[in-house]
Design a protein around this ligand. Structure first.
Ligand code: FMN
Length: 219
């Protein structure tokens, strides 16, 4: 839908776009894996290594949590949410009907990839190219998002379902402490993956007409 039919010179282009088309968010995940932990690690390592970054600064930091270690991350989120409930910052009904079931669902998956940005590492380049200084932080997040997307696509290509979460503010300190991570690593996103137990349903689109234009095309 929404794209013209063409034949590409390289079949890998077709495969790549097919993977992009089939990418979905899956929440009902079980703690099973269609591939080895080594294969998961290879996907994550390649993504961290090969995704580009502005001025080649390599600002992304990534932690792969599997099985019991993955559960620990979501126990941290559940505890944090329980803290908000106890402090009256989250209504009980919202906690019981939305937050808790969602977090327990995430905990039931196979693994989580934690994506961080090391903004402190940008200090020398910000000084060197001061005219760009305020652009480096957003560039770093853009590069991080590219890595998130690549890992998400590759894991789904290998038979996983996955979903992207942003519980950072709630969990970042405890995550840092639990796995003794450098304090300069700032948590951005959590990619949760496992074997999907449900269908993703129909994919919803914003019409391409409103978000794409082409000029100078040969007919
Ligand atoms: C940058 C980005 C941030 C997202 N953040 C969250 C999130 O914090 N929690 C969540 O449940 N889903 C999150 N999602 C998933 C989107 O809601 C989902 O991809 C979108 O609704 C389209 O659904 P689909 O992936 O099944 O096509 C995020 C997706 C992207 C690309």
């Amino acid at each position: 839908m929404g794209s013209i039919q063409v034949e590409f010179k390289n079949p890998a282009t077709t495969t790549l776009l097919e993977l992009a088309r089939s990418l979905r968010t899956y929440y009902d995940l079980k703690a099973e894996s269609p591939i080895s932990d080594d294969a998961i690690e290879a996907i994550v390592q390649d993504s961290v290594l090969h995704v580009p970054s502005s001025f080649n600064t390599h600002t992304s930091r990534v932690v792969l949590l599997l099985k019991e270690e993955h559960k620990k991350a979501w126990d941290i989120a559940i505890n944090a949410m329980e803290g908000l409930l106890a402090a009256g910052q989250v209504p009980e009904e919202m906690f019981e009907t939305q937050a808790k079931p969602k977090l327990n669902g995430l905990r039931a998956a196979y693994g989580t990839v934690l994506f961080f940005v090391d903004y402190d590492s940008l200090a020398p380049i910000k000084e060197k190219f001061s005219i760009y200084a305020d652009k480096f932080d957003p560039f770093a997040m853009e590069s991080n998002a590219m890595a998130q997307y690549l890992v998400w696509v590759a894991l789904e290509a290998e038979g996983f379902g996955a979903n992207l979460q942003h519980y950072s503010l709630l969990i970042d300190k405890q995550i840092q402490k639990t796995w003794s991570l450098p304090t300069s690593w700032k948590l951005d996103a959590q990619l949760v993956f496992g074997v999907s137990t449900t269908d993703s349903g129909e994919k919803a689109f914003t019409p391409l007409e409103g978000s794409f234009k082409v000029f100078g095309k040969s007919l």
